[in-house]
Design a protein around this ligand. Structure first.
Ligand SMILES: Cc1cc2nc3c(=O)[nH]c(=O)nc-3n(C[C@H](O)[C@H](O)[C@H](O)COP(=O)(O)O)c2cc1C
Length: 182
């Protein structure tokens, strides 16, 4: 069955390691017959959640209109699978990606999104996968605990301090195979 896959990337660096992970994943997903859309949260204009409890009060999910409402929300409403892709920033997902995730709160109690499955892909400078554990745990709590997305896999790319380092990492092949497996 063909799935609608939304990739949300979290790096400001164009063509960087997380963009390459996203591309490899997308290649596999397209080969498997799925459709793919990508939103670069790391380069988007998304304001932080203000916790104003005004979600949907003006018709839009967030009353502060930015790329979340304008660009990401239509993609969220059209996705079966979400792929979160981020550089490791201070042992967590990037703040840019987190801004987008925070605003998902607008949908709680207002509208059910069609997303049922998720994956996480991350790259970082450190050489040990264990040091991604904080970010992975955040992902697990978000998906399992709150949004009820079924986790379909986590790909970690350690030892990638510089742009392009990912080309030598087995993570690119893992990302491709994960896309293919959905
Ligand atoms: C603000 C900032 C914080 C970072 N924090 C970490 C970190 O905590 N651990 C780590 O291993 N790498 C850290 N890095 C390195 C990036 O995770 C690494 O260079 C990654 O491959 C960048 O991915 P990108 O090319 O998609 O931007 C940090 C980089 C930046 C710019």
């Amino acid at each position: 069955m063909s799935k609608r896959i939304l990739i949300v990337t979290g790096s400001p660096r164009v063509g960087g390691n997380s963009d390459r992970l996203a591309e490899a994943f997308a290649k596999g997903a397209l080969e498997a017959g799925h459709t793919v859309e990508t939103f670069a949260a790391g380069r988007a204009n998304i304001s932080p959640c203000h916790a104003c409890d005004m979600c949907f009060s003006k018709g839009m999910p967030c009353v502060f209109n930015d790329d979340f409402n304008e660009k990401l929300v239509p993609m969220l409403r059209n996705a079966d699978v979400i792929a979160l892709v981020s550089p490791l920033y201070w042992y967590d997902i990037s703040a840019q990606l987190k801004l987008a995730i925070d605003k998902l709160k607008a949908f709680s109690g207002h509208e059910a999104l069609p997303i049922k499955e998720s994956v996480l892909m991350m790259c970082g400078a450190v050489s040990e996968e264990e040091r991604f554990s904080g970010a992975v745990e955040v992902y697990r709590q978000i998906t399992r605990g709150s949004l009820k997305w079924q986790d379909r896999g986590v790909v970690l790319a350690p030892s990638c301090p510089q742009k392009g380092d990912i080309e030598k990492s087995p993570a690119l092949e893992k990302a491709y195979k994960l896309g293919l497996s959905l």
